[in-house]
Design a protein around this ligand. Structure first.
Ligand code: FAD
Length: 414
């Protein structure tokens, strides 16, 4: 619980608050919608929570330049719909898009199901207005697609989890809106077959915008939650987008490639029917909550070719420990959400040991411990396992350079 909350309405007010914090020496924790899963927007050392909720205006959507300028408190879903009304498209779509803010998305470099084809938040940030911990307001980057003038400070702020500056304005790149979308739900008899099926789509020249995977534990949880029988050991949710003709061709080709390898392939082209195919994926979080009172959640990434060995390792380690592990996530970019389900009153140590084992294996496979959720508080201990000491030292020096008094979101990342 923070000692105070401020809801500034302008960069000038944010600057005043940071100057005051510098003089009086209290921590300031920037906060969007508070949906981070790592404790990053918590006032863990007390002080002030600086909510950007009131800075929620879309300042410009430019259909000629394909650029938008927004304040950080705009909710992702509100922004997506506003640009789509103008025939444009903002691809980064974290599953939290209906409530997380664009400022929070930038500060965590949020990813989403469309990552494979369209990349993640960082790929759409052209420029940022940032209030530095000293109270100075700076603009980094530009509003042009290209530009190589000096160091790329924009992408230093992206993903910095509110530790280097408070983002008060964002210039985003946009794309033209695809005219058609098709969704496919494919059931497989084994997880390995789903991964293989997806690889064969790529090798046939198909590039889905989305490829979401659900494993057996997740499917059972969702089936129970929705009171539906899902007859598959692995589910693959695919989406193709583009021009009408292209999407139709992709759809036909995907059916052709997958039909021999899978248990069933269903598809839909209209929005409502497509949303029905998303039902299982959309209900994963509430369904898993019902399975166990505790959940240790990680969002690890390995190259797609190493996914099967990783998933096999997780299943074997889970069986050894006697705990259930649900894996789901963005197969397209190798980003798996690993959820260890346990009872905190008696299985804390077991769950922690299993987590350690899985993260070590991810690093042994040259993967990364976080694809999109970041480090925050809950993964601080693991950062030095992935990054070599000179790199951590350089990062700490950067933090000191931007925030010499250590007032901005202290205790996060390191
Ligand atoms: C159900 C659910 C599904 C999710 N799905 C995804 C997913 O698919 N992909 C994904 O990437 N994440 C996902 N997340 C995690 C989370 O939604 C994202 O990290 C999101 O980007 C956080 O946005 P927020 O507005 O809630 O920010 P917060 O949680 O409030 O803050 C996150 C971090 O950003 C900093 N911050 C916030 N605003 C600013 C600002 N203006 N300036 C500087 N720093 C700032 C905070 O200090 C904190 O460090 C999910 C979370 C939930 C609960």
């Amino acid at each position: 619980v923070p000692e105070a909350v401020a809801l500034p309405e302008s960069a000038a007010e944010v600057a005043e608050i940071l100057r005051l914090a510098g003089e009086a020496g209290f921590p300031v924790v920037p906060r969007g919608a508070g949906t981070a899963t790592t404790g990053a927007p918590l006032a863990s050392q007390g002080g002030l929570v600086l909510s950007l909720a009131k800075m929620d205006r879309i300042l410009e959507i430019n259909t000629e330049d394909l650029v938008a300028v927004v304040e950080p408190g705009v909710v992702n879903g509100v922004f997506r719909r506003a640009v789509e009304e103008r025939g444009l498209f903002y691809p980064p779509d974290p599953a939290s898009f209906e409530f997380s803010t664009l400022g929070g998305n930038v500060a965590t470099c949020a990813g989403g199901p469309k990552g494979l084809k369209y990349g993640v938040t960082k790929d759409y940030v052209l420029g940022l207005e940032v209030v530095l911990p000293t109270g100075e307001v700076v603009f980094c980057g530009r509003r042009t697609i290209k530009g190589v003038v000096g160091y790329d400070l924009v992408h230093l702020f992206v993903g910095s989890e509110g530790t280097l500056g408070v983002i008060t304005k964002i210039v985003f790149k946009l794309l033209p809106k695809p005219s058609a979308q098709a969704t496919l739900l494919v059931g497989f008899a084994a997880l390995e077959q789903a991964v293989k099926g997806f690889a064969s789509l790529l090798s046939q020249g198909l590039l889905p915008a989305t490829a979401e995977l659900l494993d057996e534990v997740t499917i059972q949880a969702v089936g129970h939650f929705l009171e539906e029988e899902i007859k598959a050991q692995a589910l693959l949710l695919l989406e193709f987008d583009g021009g009408d003709k292209q999407v139709q061709e992709d759809l036909e080709k995907a059916h052709e490639v997958l039909k021999a390898q899978s248990l069933f392939v269903e598809h839909a082209l209209e929005a409502e029917a497509r949303e029905r195919l998303w039902r299982a994926r959309r209900n994963v979080s509430p369904a898993l909550k019902r399975l166990a009172p505790g959940k240790l959640a990680d969002d690890v990434v390995v190259s797609r070719s190493r996914l099967v060995p990783l998933l096999r390792f997780i299943k074997e380690a889970a069986a050894r420990s006697g705990l259930q592990v649900a894996c789901f996530g963005h197969l397209g970019d190798g980003n798996v959400h690993v959820n260890i389900l346990y009872d905190p009153s008696r299985e804390q140590a077991q769950a922690q040991a299993l987590r350690e084992e899985i993260l070590a294996q991810v690093l042994a496979l040259s993967g990364t411990i976080s694809g999109e959720h970041g480090i925050g508080l809950t993964k601080r201990a693991y950062l030095p396992r992935e990054l070599p000491p000179p790199v951590v030292a350089l990062m700490r020096q950067m933090k000191d350079l931007f925030d010499p008094q250590g007032i901005l979101n202290p205790g996060k990342i390191f």
